[in-house]
Ligand binder design. Structure first.
Ligand SMILES: [Zn+2]
Length: 416
């Protein structure tokens, strides 16, 4: 099977115009977007995407989680489809490109194939996963998680937002609860194009990130218990200061992550301290550690060291430590053939590229468990995302979509 020629390119202007037309729906307050999942704005964005898909001759399927699957037929009725996509929902103060680039990049592939009159053996399905962001309804990557069998459908429907509204009710209200059973589709492969959301590609002047792994994580909730007492009258030797436990563990987490550079990160994000009063020695500190790595052995090593050292640190200062794992996700290694298709595409098209690890979670990380999967990344300015100031250049978007195009079309096999 011949690889697509390097002269085959997507239409970068058309892709760019579509991205900015989509951004007019659910505008933010500072040039970005507020198109949160299963809101009226999300519904409107879906209708626009559906219209574009129909204009490109695609057939739309919608599953019970509201995920949209727009299909271009292949020539072999028995061939499984190649899926491509990302998400159209945004953070409340989100950018124009996070997720949107991957969905509309997929649509641009179809439009280009139509322009060039190219048929593929495998069907190609452009996908918009529901609720990737997880801000309104936690957790993130909700629909792809149900698709991959990680969550139960009813459990997902019962997720509530800050107002107490249920995900399932809101999905129904905006009219996008489909009939199709979630996870029934079998995939030949899945490809996702996404902005990097980190600073590496821009700093190193690379056009394309070839994503080989995602990060795994462990969230450890810690409760340090001491004794509340007066900050003025309690003698220093008699204090049981939970704040010191927090301080020692904060440093320990940093030290452990630093030992595994550049393959690990670690920090304490969420902290509650009790009673949080100026003249009371803290009696209790509750906080969550977030350790991440793309290597399972590094995650295990960090946890082991933490479990060995943290209780002793607390004991030495007269406080106690209780820990509980409240989040875990093993690091996904993307499919070697799909990753090679992305790398070869970048090479063939003459784009500079680099193998990278995805720091953030993506729908592709769940789908990787049920189908051969890979991701393409393009740079973003200062590595910034989840911010209305998120920015990319038209050239970066074009390069990313070109590489996506070649990887998808090579996998879907052009029919001569
Ligand atoms: Zn995203």
């Amino acid at each position: 099977m011949p690889a697509p020629g390097e002269n085959m390119r997507i239409n970068g202007d058309r892709l760019w115009d579509s991205i900015h037309e989509m951004a007019e729906i659910g505008p933010g307050i500072a040039g970005g977007n507020n198109r949160q999942t299963v809101t009226d704005e999300d519904g409107e964005g879906r209708h626009l995407f559906q219209r574009w898909c129909e204009e490109a001759g695609l057939t739309m399927g919608v599953d019970e989680m509201g995920t949209m699957f727009a299909r271009r037929e292949g020539t072999d009725p028995d061939a499984l489809p190649v899926y491509v996509g990302s998400h159209l929902d945004t953070q409340p103060t989100g950018g124009r490109y996070d997720g949107v680039l991957g969905v509309l990049g997929g649509l641009e592939i179809i439009r280009t194939l139509n322009d060039l009159g190219i048929k593929t053996k495998h069907p190609i399905v452009v996908t918009n996963w529901t609720n990737e962001e997880g801000t309104r309804f936690a957790p993130a990557m909700l629909a792809s998680g149900v698709f991959a069998g990680k969550h139960d459908l009813q459990w997902a429907y019962d997720r509530t937002d800050a107002k107490g509204l249920k995900f399932g009710d809101e999905l129904e209200r905006i009219g996008w609860k489909g009939e199709e059973k979630v996870g029934d589709r079998k995939m030949h492969a899945f490809f996702e194009l996404h902005i990097e959301q980190g600073p590496i590609l821009e700093a190193e002047g690379k056009d394309i990130g070839v994503v080989t792994h995602g990060q795994g994580l462990r969230w450890i909730q810690c409760t340090v218990t001491g004794k509340e007492s007066h900050t003025g009258s309690t003698p220093m030797p008699m204090r049981k200061n939970a704040g010191r436990g927090l301080a020692l563990i904060t440093e320990l987490v940093h030290e452990i992550a630093m030992k595994h550079q550049p393959n690990a990160v670690g920090a304490i994000g969420h902290i509650d301290i009790y009673p949080n009063s100026r003249n009371i020695i803290p009696g209790k500190a509750v906080f969550t550690i977030d350790f991440r790595s793309h290597l399972m052995e590094v995650i295990d090593a960090m946890l082991n060291e933490f479990n060995e050292r943290a209780p002793k640190l607390c004991e030495d200062i007269g406080v106690t430590l209780e820990t509980e794992i409240v989040g875990q996700f093993n690091p996904p290694a993307f499919d070697k053939n799909c990753v090679a298709a992305v790398r070869n595409a970048a090479e063939r098209l003459g784009y500079s590229h680099k193998d990278i690890v995805s720091g953030a979670g993506h729908d592709a990380c769940w789908i990787n468990d049920v189908a051969p999967t890979a991701m393409v990344m393009c740079p973003c300015v200062d590595g910034l995302s989840h911010n209305e100031a998120e920015d990319i250049s038209k050239e970066w978007a074009t390069a990313g979509a070109d590489v996506l195009f070649h990887a998808v079309v090579e996998t879907a096999e052009i029919v001569e």
